[in-house]
Write a protein that binds this ligand. Structure first.
Ligand SMILES: [Zn+2]
Length: 70
């Protein structure tokens, strides 16, 4: 994946969380329960379970991108 900021190739890696990786519009009181937060989105993207997701890093721009398309 090319970095959308500088167009250089991004490094593929992982972001992991024991309780699953979720995006929520509001910060949850208990991180472990974030999947139950209002409008929670699982970022599962093909690793096999949502406790780890692929993520692309640009060290130049210090950005990380998670594509959560299945
Ligand atoms: Zn970049």
């Amino acid at each position: 994946m090319k970095c959308p900021y500088c167009q250089k190739e991004m490094e593929k890696g992982f972001i992991q969380c024991r309780d699953g990786v979720h995006w929520t519009p509001k910060k949850q009181l208990v991180a472990a329960l974030s999947e139950f937060g209002k409008d929670s989105v699982s970022l599962e993207n093909g690793v096999g379970n949502n406790r780890a997701v692929y993520a692309y890093k640009c060290g130049e721009c210090q950005k990380v991108i998670i594509d959560y398309a299945k």
